[in-house]
Design a protein around this ligand. Structure first.
Ligand code: SAM
Ligand code: SF4
Length: 339
């Protein structure tokens, strides 16, 4: 990633049937995780056998092919990306790609203390850290097994390493953590961070709660916050689906990711790669292309991979049909999807 090439960046050549330009790739590098958040996973998850995962070299090849076709933002996610063995190698190699303006990470923060500085050195531009509560017991209950101290230490480590615009992601569930919304914002503001509130999405069986019963909309979150903060709507974007407000007199942005109440499909600019090499064209639909097969069948020739990616744009659906009240939900869990 070089500053001068950022300025010269041309538009992505990947365009779908609805004239949406795809310039953003999210890569789930593993479906495994050291936590078991109740909205994301079930208690006894079956994970993909390691032999079926794309290797780090294959992940790089796919990432590079996208960047060569104009994708300028890659987010590494999972599962918990920092649990994948050797993952720093992928950050380091992607970090050298000309044309990649933004190399970002979504993490639960538990391993950031060890890795934050190396991530910065590798060229990671921004980090999102998931934190739904500030209370240790609640954290343990929402994550089923987690220790909040590790995530808090990870947040400190990201800030100490010099990351700008660190963002907290909070999924809000009624009667589980909705009473902490102002506290979470205060926590972020105090540390100069941004925060986004996410509506729970119906991905995979979780065996914990009825998603419709615990649904807490972005509008409710906003109303709660307006009792404590003067929030000014902005048109700012971080290249994702969040709609932002700024806290009057502060740098902190408060984002809302609202797949149910404010569908964001019309401006969709992204596709997702699963750890097995399946290219998902939509978060909430099953349209996909098997890129692992293409990569492995053509170890020395990138042309078939490029063609497969271009062809896949033609099956990107218009949007998701999330219905929080519908059963069954999409079988695929968020850790596989790469949330
Ligand atoms: N493990 C990392 C983390 O938790 O940040 C990265 C992967 S996690 C799947 C990415 C984001 O998806 C997290 O912010 C998490 O809160 C969110 N998420 C997981 N399951 C979700 C669901 N069912 N609905 C909405 N957001 C979800
Ligand atoms: Fe793990 Fe992230 Fe899913 Fe929580 S949300 S279980 S941290 S992948």
């Amino acid at each position: 990633m070089k500053a001068e090439t950022r300025e010269q960046q041309t538009q992505s050549s990947l365009v779908d049937r609805f004239n949406r330009r795809i310039d953003y790739l999210r890569i789930s590098v593993t479906d495994r995780c050291d936590l078991r958040c109740v909205y994301c996973m079930s208690e006894d998850m079956q994970f993909v056998p390691r032999s079926q995962l794309l290797t780090l070299e294959e992940l790089y090849r796919v990432g590079k092919a996208f960047v060569d076709m104009g994708v300028n933002k890659i987010r590494i996610t999972g599962g918990e990306p920092l649990t994948r063995r050797g993952i720093m190698q992928l950050f380091q190699s992607l970090g050298t790609l000309d044309g990649l303006q933004d190399l970002t990470l979504t993490t639960n923060g538990t391993l950031l203390k060890q890795h934050a500085r190396a991530l910065k050195a590798a060229g990671v531009t921004r980090i999102n850290i998931s934190l739904d509560t500030l209370r240790a017991e609640r954290f343990h209950s929402i994550t089923r097994i987690g220790d909040i101290c590790r995530t808090l230490a990870g947040i400190d480590a990201a800030l100490d390493a010099g990351f700008q615009r660190v963002k907290i992601n909070s999924v809000i569930l009624k009667n589980r953590n909705h009473d902490e919304i102002p506290d979470l914002v205060a926590f972020a503001e105090h540390r100069g961070m941004d925060i986004s509130f996410i509506e729970e999405m119906p991905l995979g069986e979780i065996g914990d709660h009825n998603r419709a019963e615990l649904f807490y909309s972005s509008d409710q979150v906003l109303q709660d916050l307006q009792r404590h903060y003067d929030l000014i709507p902005t048109t700012e974007t971080s290249g994702g689906p969040a709609r932002y407000h700024r806290i009057n007199g502060s740098d902190t942005r408060v984002g809302f990711i609202s797949p149910h109440s404010h569908n964001f499909c019309e401006q969709c600019n992204r596709v997702r790669l699963t750890a097995e090499g399946r290219l998902l064209l939509c978060l909430g639909q099953e349209h996909s292309k098997d890129l692992r097969r293409v990569v492995r069948a053509n170890p020395l020739n990138e042309e078939p991979l490029r063609k497969a990616i271009i062809d896949a744009m033609q099956i990107k659906p218009k949007g998701h049909d999330f219905d929080i009240t519908a059963q069954p939900v999409l079988f695929r869990h968020m850790n596989v999807t790469g949330g």
